[in-house]
Design a protein around this ligand. Sequence first.
Ligand code: ZN
Length: 470
Amino acid sequence: MLRPFLLLLLLTTLLFSASVKQDLDGAKKNLYSTSKEKQFKAYDTYKRHYIRALINGDVKTQKRCLDGICIAGKKLRIDVSDYQNKRSKLESGSSSKQKASVTKTEKIKQVKVKKEKKVKIRSQHALRGFTWEGNALVLDFDFTLKAKDVNYFKLRPEGKKGYRYIFDVNAIVYKKPVIRHKEIKRITVSQYRRDTIRIVIESSKELTPRFRRDGGSLVITLGVSKVNAPKAKQMPRVTKKNKLIVIDPGHGGRDGGAVGFKKYLEKTIVLQVSKRLAKILRQEGYRVKMTRDRDKTLSLKWRTKFTRKNKPDLFLSIHANAVPKKNAHKARGVEIYYLDAKKGSKRSSRLERKENAADYRAMDSSISKLFSATQSRAKVLESNFLAIDLGQNVVSRLRDNKYKVKDAKVAGGNFWVLVGATSAAALVEVGFVSHPQEVKLLVNKRYQQAFAEGLADGVDQYFMNKARRH
Ligand SMILES: [Zn+2]
C-alpha cells in the first residue's frame, strides 16, 4: 500500500511544481509587461505562491516570489515594505544565482529613483478643473499631456467588492475638485505623491473606461449615462492674471487676537488659513499680496494704507471669533462680514469692538466719518455679493469634506480694516476659537485646507458672477 501512495505523492509534487513553474514564468512575463492590469496579475500570482511556498517551507520559491512582489509593488506603487523586510531576512546565506535576481530588483529601484528626480514639477503642471461632456469626464490641465504623463490601471482590491479604475497623472492639484456621478460610487482626486495626482474611480459594477489625451485635457469615457453639463459642478474659469487679491491675516505679534479654548490664539490660526489660501490662489493664477506672512505686529493704520496703496480687486481680512467662557459651547460657525456703516447689527457691534480694538482709539473720529462717506453703495453691494459667495462656498467645501457645519452667517458691519479697500472687501471669521470642538477643527490641517479651498472657490465664483453682472 505504501508504494502507490509514494508514487501518487511524487506525481502530485511533480505536477504541482510544474504548475508553480508555469505560473511564476507567466507572472514574470506579466511583471515586465506595460499593462498595469497584467502587472497586478503578476503581483497576485507571486503573493499566492509566496504563501504556498511559506507553508511548504520552499525557501527558493519564497525568494523568487518576494522579488516579484517587490518589483510589482514598485511598479504599481503598492506598499510592499513588509515583503521587502522578509526578503532581506531570507537574504542571509543565499546563492549567487539569487543574489543576481536581487541585484536586478535593486537596479530597478535605482532606475525608479533616478526617474523620480528627473521629473521637474513646475507650478504650471497642475489640474485646473473638470467638466462633464456627455458621458465623458474631462480633466483640464494647464500643460500639454504626453503619453508618459498618464498611467492607467485597474484594480480589484482583495476582500473588497467592486472595481477601481486608477489614473495617475504627473501633475499637482491645489484645489481638489468634487466630482460626482449618480452611477459611480466615488471619484476621488488626491495628491498621491509630490509629483503625481491619483484619480480613483470606484464603481460597484464593472465599467469599461477609455481615455485619450487631448492637448491639456484627459478625456475619460466611462460608459455611464450622460451628464447635463450646466448642472454639473465645475470650477469656473476667469482671467485671473490681472486680478490682485490682498489677504490680511488679522492681528499678529503683540496682538494675539482672541484667546480660545486651551489658549489657542486667533493670530496663529488665521495666519495658517491665510497662507493656505494665498498658495491656492497663486497656483490658480491670481496675484496675491499679504499684509503679513509671519507673526508680526501691524497697526490698523498700516493695514489700510497698504491696501489703499495696492488697490486690490479684492480684499479679504481673515479672523477668528470668540465669546466669553459661559457661552463657549453655544457659539460656533462661519461668519462673513462686509463693510456697511449703516447696517451694523447688535451682534456685529460687539464683534466690531473686538476686531477694531487694535488701535480703534487711534482712529480720529472725523477721519472715520469721512471714510464712511466715501463708501459707495456699489462697493457695499459688491462686498455683499462677495460675502455671500464666500460663505456658501466655504460651507459647501467643508460639507464635501464630511464636516458638519451650519450655514454661514453673512452680515454688514463697521470694520475699519475694510475701509482701505477700493473694491469688494470682506472680513471672514473662520470660526470660534472659544468653542471646545470647533477650535480643534480650526487648528486641523485638513480642515484649514478645506476652508481655504472653499474661500478660493468663493473668490472664483465672485469674479465669475461679477463678470456676468457687468
Ligand atoms: Zn480678529
